[in-house]
Design a protein. Structure first.
Lengths: 112, 115
């Protein structure tokens, strides 16, 4: 059965304190892995798509990396406005109509 | 690009009434739209997948007669919660995908409260 596991469940950091969020996945064949950011009471905001092991993508203070079993979202020198829930999702090769499976998310809180 | 809107953003209704939620892709044609619900501090749970012009595919455990989905055009899908009850209170989020994008783009969500 396809699974997506994110850790930690919650993470509190001081402003400027870099860290990484983990997303472990089990699918028979990966078509794509996605990272989203979700603020309270809002829909998820798309961040990155990764397709193959070794791929990296960056956006401001965020960098996403991918291996054959997991993905990391690295956050460098975070600011309070980076506080949100970060969701990882995977799409299986051959899955119909772009269907994706979400992890349970990591709630990130950055203290000023 | 890739903007998805939802309407209404918040709705409060009495038990037994029906509520319709609209999802629109504003700047691209969405061949597929998805409907999710999300409970507090939980992740998104896929309810159904709809392709333009065809019947929706519902996930296991989701009642198709209770959650009616229509995807009549490439830019509009609707979710109707029929005979709503308090346990249907939740945050409903739609997303849209097209052949041009592998990603799903999400709407801002609709908070449904059934009294």
């Amino acid at each position: 059965e396809d699974q997506v596991t994110q850790s930690p469940e919650a993470l509190r950091l001081q402003e400027g304190e870099s860290s990484s969020l983990n997303c472990s996945y089990t699918v028979s064949g990966l078509r794509g892995l996605f990272w989203y950011r979700q603020d309270p009471g809002k829909g998820p905001e798309f961040l990155f798509t990764l397709y193959s092991a070794g791929e990296e993508k960056e956006k401001e203070r965020l960098k996403a990396t991918l291996t054959k079993k997991e993905s990391f979202l690295h956050i460098t020198a975070p600011k309070p406005e980076d506080s949100a829930t970060y969701l990882c999702a995977v799409q299986e090769r051959g899955s119909s109509a772009s269907k994706i499976i979400f992890g349970s998310g990591t709630r990130l809180s950055i203290r000023p | 690009g890739a903007v998805v809107s939802q309407h209404p953003s918040r709705v409060i209704c009495k038990s037994g009434t029906s509520v319709k939620i609209e999802c629109r892709s504003l700047d691209f044609q969405a061949t597929t739209m998805f409907w999710y619900r999300q409970f507090p501090k939980q992740s998104l749970m896929l309810m159904a997948t709809s392709n333009e012009g065809s019947k929706a595919t519902y996930e296991q455990g989701v009642e198709k007669d209770k959650f009616l989905i229509n995807h009549a055009s490439l830019t509009l899908s609707t979710l109707t919660v029929t005979s709503a009850h308090p346990e249907d209170s939740s945050f409903y989020i739609c997303s849209a995908a097209s052949g041009a994008y592998n990603e799903q783009f999400f709407g801002p969500g609709t908070r449904l409260t059934v009294l």
